[in-house]
Design a protein around this ligand. Sequence first.
Ligand code: ACM
Ligand code: ZN
Length: 723
Amino acid sequence: MKRLLTLAMSLLSLSVTAQTVASMNELNAVQKAAATNVKLTGKLSTGGNSDFRQLRDLCYQLRSIDLGSADCEAIPNNAFHSRHVLEQVVLPENVRSIGSQAFFACTALNSIELPKTLTRVGDAAFSGCTKLRDITINGTPTLGEFAFARLSGLRTLRVNSAVPPVTSASTFEGIDRKKVKLVVPRGSEMKYRRAEGWNRFFGTPDNDNRLCNPAEALVPVPAHLEMTGGNPLSVNRLWEVMAADGLANECVQAERLLRERLPKIKNPVIAGKATLTLGIDTSLADDEAYTLVVSEKGVTIQGRTARGVFYGLMTFDQLLRGNGTSVCCESIPQLRIADQPRTHIRELMLDPCRTFIPFDELKAFVPEMARYKYNTIHLHLTDDQAWRIEIKKYPELTAQASARVGMDDMMVPISGYYTQKQMREFVDYAAQYHIQVVPEIEMPGHEVAAIHVFPELTCGAKQVPIRTTCGVSNELLCPGSEFTFEFLGNVFKELADIFPSPYIHLGGDEAGNPALNCWTDCPKCQALKRQLGITTTDRSENWRLQEYMFNRVIDTLRTKYGKTPMFWYETDFKKIQPGCVTFAWRHGLTKRALEAAVANNAKIMLCPGEHCYFDYPMAPGDMPEVNWGMPIIPLKRTYELDPAWGMGSDFEQNNLFGVAGTLWSECINTPERIYYQAYPRALALAEVGWSPVASRSWEGFLKRLSPVLKDMMRRGITFSMQY
Ligand code: ACM
Ligand code: ZN
């Protein structure tokens, strides 16, 4: 650890005036990690491990970048996505386009000058650059949707063109015109005043396009939607929430969403209040089912439980958002929705091990999932690269295994862990959104962080450094050592107390491929084999040691804590204990995993790599451009997932547990990039998990996606636009 800290400090203290090079390949790894100030002079590369990718992902301390003498016509999409310390950029003199989200959430960027050569600024290119004070536009580039949205620090926008550059109505979304001085050539002000987008600087334009077409507004699409006719409900008025007993949380949530959609009521068209009535209807068929009725006077939501009412509220929020041209629509047609989910667990998995997710960022992820009716967040809390949860019995774990330098080629210091107090707070917070938190502690593989702290956990008690690269380690927990079970017992005891979810995930992946070999030569494992009557001495029956280990831990979890164990399915699991939940994740092995679950009377979570690994790029060239060889998962592929995998209704009723999307973080190096990887695929998966087949269609989904994505851009949520 000391060595890692010394390395981190030496990176920080390396003296770094401007590094002037033709290409990033001229700098070595340490120089890139230490660089604060880079000037590039050559022809810049844009694909794969390009100059841009290296600047963004390897120069994590970069504050100033001068491309003024470089040759580059196109700044790529996401070029400096969420670089929080980048303050200054000089663009190439021959630049013609800036890609979408190129400077998304560069929250320290203080000014930008766009050269005359520029013809296009992509969607959300500078969105969320909250310290950007001065913008100078020298030519007449077309400015994309939300290109300069959410610039709360903007004070001067100078446009040296008598013709207003073409913009969208949303280009300057969120601009406070009282604080921003728009400077345009003398005599051209009238033209700007009349031009779409620019008119924001002269008074809030009346958006007369704020419609709600319910059939094109909802993701996931509801099971039944019926238009009932009559006068629409005007929403721009005072609202009163009336909630039945037991719905105090839903009442608070309802008031929050009304505040967000209708922050101040201007010119109410109708004087009387509208009423949002929340109630319970025990005749509904499912705990998550709800009905939602819009009348001229208000909205009534009824759920079988508070969960159903909450999902009705999430639907109501999307109706209020309407076509996404504004925070809120003007009116909602009268209608009736009757809705319930197809699968009961709809999960996203986060990995704070490879890249730590600060606590507040972790919390922020929850409401966004809840909008689309996800109900489970799965936290991968330990791995080869870090131990991220405080265990009171073993404070050494977080003291010695929660800080390191490096994730593959990124020599960045990564540190942090969650205290138990924070995790309890997180559980309570997520519960307000009806999301349960499932913790995962890996065994017997992916456990190098713990082994690093307690070498006696592995065969031969080897000293093993924390891993700083992705991939699979050969070190496994030793099933022949009683300390392994004592350790796991103590860890699970504390976890069971923190996390009230009935599920605990035990990992189980990538231990036998080929790592189970670790157990072959270990005297303790050999002794255990003899005790279990295993006569072979090669690795052919090592899987039985894995079975022994899982059986012991599963029995403890069930009998002592009433928990249902979960694990990643591997073919090494020759038997699965009935009632456990296995996760079908490996490319090409889904059918086998399903058959194993059925044969063993177990439940199965569908998160097949072909559809649900959101950490993989969504299109060729999309982030992460450099990775371990990840396949591409297009949005349509996620949408096409059949959660029943063609196995029929018996399987669906008896074995299907739910659907999950994974966000492994080997390549996700900022909190914003978690959203970028997750969305919009998580929207497709939300619909896969919630909506009945009869309501779904790819074309319909694309139509309904459009207002959702506009709303995300308006709220500053990033997502991949490469679909
Ligand atoms: C996994 O992706 N290793 C479960
Ligand atoms: Zn062993």
